[in-house]
Each structure stands twice: as structure tokens, then as C-alpha cells.
Design a protein around this ligand. Structure first.
Ligand code: FMN
Length: 180
């Protein structure tokens, strides 16, 4: 059976990003029929509408990668109660040129995490606002806000908390149904 391609977008550029740890954990928990890859977004120049008239290789490659994906999964931190700029930039880049958005109709899901107690609720819901306009078919339930994320990892950045892993497994089972 052909594997479904899942584009994983990570909303943090930090070397030891918790978001990346969570992304790697869910990639490990995913169904065998999913081919999940973290897509580089930190190299995308800040979106400028003037670029729509130019051929920017790095934009083209990103847009084609998303277009060729069957679904998306966003794993993100929260910055100032909203979407980290690197992630919003990637969403903007994929949404243009006008009429050629690569997001429309893709099934998706959001995992937000934070050092704080409320698990990136603001980023999660701002993402829902943006992606609903982009016509991403975002999974509504279960929601995933991972609070106090530092307590779920070991010193190597591996998610070791059984409670967190159990919850992420349930989340990925629901995501599999949603994508299929
Ligand atoms: C610029 C900036 C703004 C932040 N704003 C928030 C915030 O509004 N709410 C929150 O819970 N954490 C906030 N944080 C903390 C991070 O979201 C949190 O530590 C997260 O776990 C870091 O994830 P990462 O390791 O994937 O970057 C902020 C961090 C930075 C650098």
C-alpha cells in the first residue's frame, strides 16, 4: 500500500526545540502507512508579495513539497500568545501567489506545547483562525495542548513521560482516522 505523505511543520527554530522533540515523538508513534517528514521552514525568506513575480527556488520547493503531501501536522511553540513568526511565514508563503494556495483541502492537526501551564492555547487557536481561512481541514478533537513540556522530556530531549506518550498515541490514532 502506498504510504500517505505527511508534512510536519515545526514552529520553532531553536536547536533543542521542545516542538522538535514532540514532532519526533509523534513521528515514532505514527501509523506504518504514514511517511512523516519534518519540512524545513527556517530557510524561507520573509514573505514579500513582490516575490510572486519571481521564481524563488526555495519557495517553489516548499510549495511543491506541501502540494505533494496528503496531510499536514503542525507542532508548535507559542510566541506572545500567538503563532511563532517562522510558522506564520511558512503559511503565508504556501498561500500565494493568489489563487495558487497549496493548503486548500489538506487534512491537518495541531499540537501546541509550552513551558507554561496552558500549553500554547493562544498559538493553537490563532493557527485555527489562519488555517480555516486557508481551507485546511483541521481536526478539532482531541485538542492537544502540552503544558509544562519540560517535565515530559529527558536530558536528551526525548519524550519519556508515559502520560504524555499515551496521550500523543491517542492523538495520532485520531489523526490517522482523520487523514484517512
Ligand atoms: C519570543 C517568545 C515569546 C514567548 N511567548 C510565550 C507565550 O506567549 N506563552 C507561552 O506559554 N510561552 C511563551 N514562550 C515560551 C515558549 O513558547 C516555550 O518555552 C516553548 O516551550 C518553547 O518551545 P520550543 O522549545 O519548541 O521553542 C515564548 C518564548 C519566546 C522566545
Amino acid at each position: 500500500m502506498k504510504k500517505k505523505k505527511i508534512a510536519v511543520l515545526v514552529g520553532s527554530l531553536r536547536k533543542k526545540a521542545y516542538s522538535k522533540s514532540v514532532a519526533n515523538c509523534v513521528i515514532g508513534l505514527a501509523s506504518d502507512d504514514f511517511d512523516m517528514q519534518i519540512i524545513e521552514i527556517g530557510n524561507l525568506p520573509i514573505y514579500n508579495q513582490d516575490y510572486d513575480d519571481e521564481e524563488i527556488d526555495i519557495y517553489t520547493k516548499f510549495r511543491e513539497t506541501i502540494k505533494a503531501s496528503d496531510a499536514i501536522l503542525i507542532v508548535t511553540a507559542e510566541h506572545n500568545r500567538s503563532i511563532p513568526a517562522v510558522l506564520k511565514n511558512a503559511l503565508d508563503v504556501g498561500s500565494r501567489p493568489y489563487g495558487k494556495s497549496v493548503w486548500a483541502g489538506k487534512p491537518g492537526a495541531i499540537i501546541s506545547q509550552s513551558y507554561g501551564a496552558i500549553g500554547g492555547f493562544g498559538a493553537n487557536h490563532h493557527l485555527r483562525q489562519v488555517t480555516s481561512f486557508l481551507d485546511v481541514r483541521m481536526m478539532n478533537q482531541p485538542e492537544c495542548y502540552l503544558g509544562e513540556i519540560m517535565n515530559s522530556l529527558d536530558e536528551n530531549g526525548i519524550i519519556t513521560s508515559e502520560r504524555t506518550i499515551k496521550f500523543l498515541k491517542q492523538f495520532m490514532d485520531a489523526y490517522k482516522k482523520w487523514v484517512n
